[in-house]
Design a protein around this ligand. Structure first.
Ligand SMILES: O=P(O)(O)OP(=O)(O)OP(=O)(O)OC[C@H]1O[C@@H](n2cnc3c(O)ncnc32)[C@H](O)[C@@H]1O
Ligand SMILES: [Mg+2]
Length: 173
């Protein structure tokens, strides 16, 4: 099958390709629009971004399946949490959703995001590496390397692909 990925960010692309390496698919990466703000600020907006990316990626290619992966933040009583959502769409119209692990960002980072800065920009400054969002990400930095951004997205990919496979199994029973 041909699988589209709605981004060129290597942390997301490698999460899809590495997780599905034994499935024998062909992958195509396209810069798909999220249609939401560059820094989504709720679960709902982040999910919407992932959905738009997946649908646009499918429309831009002749893929059978398309992944949309989106990062955002969410205001809670326990602080500003990093949140991530993924959507998988099939060319027949079926869609699956899944969310990723959450954790609170440090106060000084949260403060800057509330003032309108993007996490990618803040993390580039904090680490002195402009490409942090393409590598370990904020999650890698604030877990001392225990969980990388790719690993977080890989979990989402498995939750999504697993639901797709399970729906095929159910059709046969
Ligand atoms: O090229 P795309 O796919 O857009 O990848 P991205 O890194 O911009 O990722 P998102 O648009 O999904 O994320 C929304 C914003 O949050 C930033 N972001 C999200 N998670 C991050 C992380 O773990 N580390 C650094 N920046 C992150 C990201 O740079 C954006 O400013
Ligand atoms: Mg982005």
């Amino acid at each position: 099958m041909i699988i589209a990925i709605g981004t060129k960010n290597p942390a997301k692309v490698h999460a899809v390709q590495d997780s599905l390496i034994r499935e024998g698919h062909t992958f195509v990466c396209v810069k798909a629009k999220s249609g939401v703000s560059p820094q989504p600020f709720s679960d709902l907006e982040t999910l919407e971004g992932a959905k738009n990316r997946a649908r646009h990626a499918l429309a831009m290619t002749d893929a059978d399946l398309a992944f949309g992966l989106e990062g955002g933040v969410q205001e809670t009583d326990s602080g500003l949490l990093l949140c991530n959502w993924g959507v998988l769409v099939h060319k027949d119209g079926a869609e699956w959703i899944a969310s990723g692990a959450k954790f609170p960002l440090p106060d000084q980072v949260a403060k800057r995001l509330r003032q309108g800065e993007e996490l990618g920009t803040v993390m580039a400054e904090v680490t002195g590496d402009i490409d942090t969002r393409k590598k370990e990400g904020a999650i890698g930095i604030y877990t001392g390397g225990w969980v990388s951004r790719k690993e977080l997205f890989a979990h989402l990919v498995k939750l999504l692909y697993g639901q797709y496979i399970s729906s095929l199994d159910q059709l046969q029973h």
